[in-house]
Write a protein that binds this ligand. Structure first.
Ligand code: FAD
Length: 472
């Protein structure tokens, strides 16, 4: 991220009125009713005050808002689902393009595709595709925005089976920095399409995404919990299992604190435990046999895995992580999970600082690994695991403690990492970390950036500097 773009502090009333007259959606300013909720994003640690929030209703509104921000040299933030940990969907003193009114979705069951507008969450998409028995790879929670998750890569339950979200992206329509509208896909603006698949919101505002769909309806999945004492053996078992497992099974590993509420058995409430959350998309009549070796590792203390509709698995953790919590995270990719790294995980996992804090290891082998590291902007195709250490709590008084834990945990494991992290699970960590995330793809991304956004109008993202930067 760069903070060098000029910030307009005063906007003439007539100028704002002119923008309002061009837009179907609302334009909200400080003092207007609705400003307070409109300025907030998912992470309550982010407390910014934009000068203008545009609730774009359609592509024409997005064009007007982009042109307005450029002409008035306003800092520009683009918000899809607002879930970004670093708060990249908002800004101080600038203009926010909020896409949350743009929720159109059209499923084509014959072609097995879905066209999704830029303001949808994954819950919106699942709702639309499930009646057709179809789904596309997304994440592990349904309240996340399609926009940010897709443009950063998209790691989820279906990554081993059908690849990352970007591997299922067939094309986009988008508004560029000069206000023009383009389509990007394998045939049209192919350089832009390459960059969009992992390069984040650096290149413009995506107004709609076209995804490939797969037959996913009722899956066999859910969490299994084991005691903390089993952590080292369980991590080793899980590592070996997931490296050899068929691609139709996914299970991410986590350290968690059991919520003090049903359906969890009371004796386990607030206990720190290990979890693996499974998703198996193979034939349901073979599910029990597939899970036999897993249960044979040692009977889980809690075993909620079973047949479950895809949207129910996707939204299982939404209520545990509502908007408005304090949120701080750090991420890295790993080619392998060595025994010394496992020992460190066990040490730091046992020190979860708050009930919501957690560490997840997502497997990204299988289909996600079959794409070459230069085929899309997402570089870490040779990584097998994506790690994220997350400090979360409702009370800001705990921030210092949980942030320190997250930093210490990440730092201890970093020497075992592949050197870079997932851009969608980073805070504002500086240009070197952005370069580390893209490795040799960074130079090509900077070239594409120079072509499509030479003045870096879209800089509130994990920012890629234009190869030849033009001052605005
Ligand atoms: C609770 C939670 C669970 C998560 N789970 C997963 C997961 O399972 N898998 C995973 O891969 N990630 C996951 N993430 C990370 C998530 O992918 C990122 O936080 C992502 O940035 C969120 O996208 P958004 O649209 O909601 O965010 P926003 O804050 O709205 O946007 C994030 C960035 O994307 C840009 N952007 C958003 N939409 C558009 C658009 N239409 N056009 C251009 N730029 C756009 C914004 O400008 C900004 O830079 C999770 C995050 C949270 C908080």
């Amino acid at each position: 991220m760069t903070t060098q773009a000029p910030i307009a502090t005063t906007l003439e009333k007539a100028t704002v009125q002119d923008l309002r007259s061009r837009m179907r959606g609302a334009v909200i300013q400080p003092g207007d009713p609705g400003y307070e909720p409109a300025r907030r994003v998912y992470n309550a640690m982010i407390d910014r005050h934009p000068a203008l929030i545009t609730h774009c209703a359609d592509v024409a509104d997005v064009i007007s808002a982009v042109n307005f921000a450029r002409q008035h040299q306003l800092t520009l933030a683009v918000r899809g689902g607002g879930h970004n940990g670093a708060g990249l969907g908002t800004c101080d003193g600038g203009l926010v393009i909020d896409l949350s009114r743009m929720k159109g979705i059209r499923v084509d069951p014959t072609k097995r595709t879905v066209r999704v507008e830029g303001g949808c969450t994954w819950g919106d998409v699942d709702h639309a595709t499930h009646p057709f028995g179809l789904a596309t790879p997304s994440g592990f929670i349904s309240s996340t925005g399609v926009g940010g998750l897709t443009l950063g890569g998209g790691i989820g339950y279906l990554s081993r089976t059908y690849g990352l979200t970007i591997d299922n992206l067939l094309g986009v329509d988008m508004v560029l920095a000069d206000g023009s509208v383009v389509t990007a896909n394998a045939q049209q603006n192919a350089d832009l399409f390459w960059a969009l698949r992992g390069g984040g919101g650096n290149f413009g505002v995506v107004t709609s995404f076209l995804f490939r769909l797969h037959p996913v309806s009722t899956v066999y999945g859910g969490p299994m919990l084991w005691p903390m004492e089993a952590a080292a053996d369980l991590l080793r078992f899980w590592r070996d299992f997931i490296l050899a497992a068929p691609e139709n099974i996914n299970g991410w590993f986590g350290f968690v604190t059991v919520p003090p509420a049903p359906p969890f058995p009371e004796p386990l409430h607030l206990k720190k435990m290990c979890v693996i959350v499974w998703c198996y998309t193979g034939p349901l009549d073979q599910a029990e046999a597939t899970f036999k070796p897993i249960r044979a590792f040692g009977p889980p203390a809690v075993d909620f895995a079973g047949p479950i509709p895809w949207p129910a698995l996707q939204s299982m953790f939404d209520a545990l992580y509502p908007p408005g919590l304090q949120w701080y995270w750090k991420a890295d990719f790993f080619a392998a999970l060595s025994d010394p790294a496992i020992d460190l995980h066990v040490t730091y996992g046992a020190q979860l600082p708050t009930m919501h804090s957690t560490m997840h290891l997502y497997p990204i082998n299988g289909a996600a690994q079959r794409v070459g590291r230069d085929e899309t902007a997402f570089s870490f195709r040779d990584a097998t695991f994506a790690e994220v250490v997350v400090g979360v709590d409702p009370d800001p008084a705990n921030n210092e403690r949980m942030i320190q834990w997250a930093k210490d945990y990440w730092l201890a494991l970093h020497p075992y990492s592949a050197g870079g992290g997932y851009v969608n699970m980073m805070m504002d960590e500086g240009e070197d970390r952005v370069k580390a995330a893209y490795r040799e793809n960074y130079a090509r991304l900077a070239q594409v950036k120079a072509t499509y956004d030479p003045t870096n109008l879209f800089h509130l993202n994990q920012n890629i500097r234009p190869a030849t930067e033009v001052r605005r």
